[in-house]
Design a protein around this ligand. Structure first.
Ligand code: F3S
Length: 414
């Protein structure tokens, strides 16, 4: 891969061991991607996980890193809930690791490096909205599809080290979805049923995964209503990240790079066509349910994290009701949105009913559910599939109304 004189100097250690390590990493990563050069990025998003990330770097890199600043606006995504970490069963040791000022892997060090923690997996809900056509790097599986497809930002599905190195260097290899020619759709997905609720978009994504396997071909959806909302797309991206390998999709007449079918295909025709009807959606829903005991222990809402609109809806559904004594109701949203929810009185309504409004994390990220959880209900296909696989528990998957009904009655009713 071609390096400029400046990049060569970095690669050869003229700017210190941390930048040398980062540049060497980006060169190798770029070569693996078949990239010809590095390109400038406008921003970076990193997913900061203690015990998994920076600590694995060589000590001489780490000590140099402590005095470094990121080169472009850089945002950290997830952490622990600072208000309710004990309620969520987070150990004191882990909490300290996430929050310590100097500890490697903590947001304390991230802040010193200039990284801004957004405390959410859906940062576009709280202001991370890069400009169309600019390049960025992003980790967190459901985020790249949203950035590429809905915002027209160019990003690959990166790993922690590549995002971190790009944040420090301000560049990323020009490969994958950073290249216009790799952003055209190949697979036409005809939606032949009405999509009205958010979970229908989860089911659409799961159906695509079931019909095509873990495809990397960029799908082009036709037949999706023009009045879709951000929440619908958030569900679609969550579902796609759990069931396929795609980092991007088009919706004809909706997404910025798909004014027409020809536009979406780069002037060619789709190579393959599949359709999704009501029967396919139902099959997708069944994939997310294990249909075990109807007695629910835990209800999880907000994967990817809920918007304020969604939290408002939950508060309305819960008003005057009480969560069943044997059920925990956990609702996840971004940290800064929770401050607004506090001021609107939504947090109060939810906590008076016995639910918990949480932020910065989720059971999958924490790697556990409350002790004794055998049955989870959720309105997220991603949470359903991952929880089924990770925790081996029974899952019910359905609308938010059904989930709240289960939280209050203690039972899933089909
Ligand atoms: Fe976010 Fe956890 Fe879902 S990190 S996308 S709520 S699995």
């Amino acid at each position: 891969m071609y390096l400029t004189i400046e990049e060569e100097k970095m690669h050869d250690g003229e700017y210190g061991p941390a930048l040398e390590w980062m540049m060497r990493f980006l060169s190798k990563y770029g070569e693996a991607l078949g990239a010809k050069k590095l390109i400038e990025i406008s921003s970076a998003v990193i997913d900061w996980e203690p015990g998994f990330t920076i600590e694995k770097l060589p000590p001489f890199v780490i000590s140099d890193l402590k005095t470094r600043k990121v080169k472009v606006p850089t945002y950290g995504l997830l952490s622990v809930d600072h208000r309710h970490w004990k309620d969520m069963g987070v150990s004191e040791e882990l909490y300290k690791k996430y929050t310590a000022e100097d500890e490697l892997g903590s947001f304390g060090l991230a802040r010193k490096m200039g990284i801004i923690p957004l405390y959410t997996c859906a940062p576009y809900l709280v202001g991370f909205v890069p400009i169309r056509g600019t390049h960025c790097t992003a980790k967190e599986s459901s985020l790249p599809p949203y950035l590429n497809s809905m915002l027209g930002v160019m990003t690959s599905q990166d790993t922690f080290p590549s995002c971190f190195a790009s944040a420090l260097v301000g560049k990323t290899p020009e490969g994958g979805l950073h290249l216009r020619e790799n952003r055209y759709g190949k697979l036409l997905v005809k939606v032949e049923t009405k999509l009205t609720e958010e979970i229908h978009y989860d089911m659409l994504a799961i159906s695509l995964g079931k019909q095509t396997g873990a495809t990397m071909d960029i799908p082009i959806f036709s037949g999706i209503p023009k009045n879709i909302r951000l929440e619908h797309m958030k569900s679609l991206c969550g579902g796609l990240s759990a069931s396929t390998g795609v980092g991007m999709f088009h919706i004809i007449g909706v997404t910025p790079e798909a004014r027409t079918l020809e536009d979406a295909c780069g002037g060619c025709k789709p190579e393959e066509t599949i359709s999704v009807d009501e029967k396919e959606l139902k099959k997708a829903q069944d994939t997310c349910c294990t249909r075990g005991s109807p007695k629910v222990d835990l209800v999880v809402l907000g994967c990817p994290h809920y918007s304020l609109n969604q939290v408002e809806r939950v508060a309305r559904l819960l008003e005057g009701k009480r969560v069943h004594k044997d059920v925990k109701l956990w609702i996840f949203m971004p940290y800064s949105s929770r401050l607004v929810a506090d001021s609107l009185g939504l947090t109060d309504v939810i906590s008076k009913s016995g639910g918990l409004l949480l932020c910065s994390t989720c059971p999958i990220l924490m790697g556990h559910c409350p002790p004794g959880t055998e049955v989870m209900a959720t309105d997220s296909a991603k949470q359903a599939l991952l929880a089924k696989e990770l925790f081996g528990i029974d899952i019910w998957f359905g609308s938010v109304e059904k989930c709240i009904e289960a939280a209050v009655s203690g039972e899933w009713r089909e």
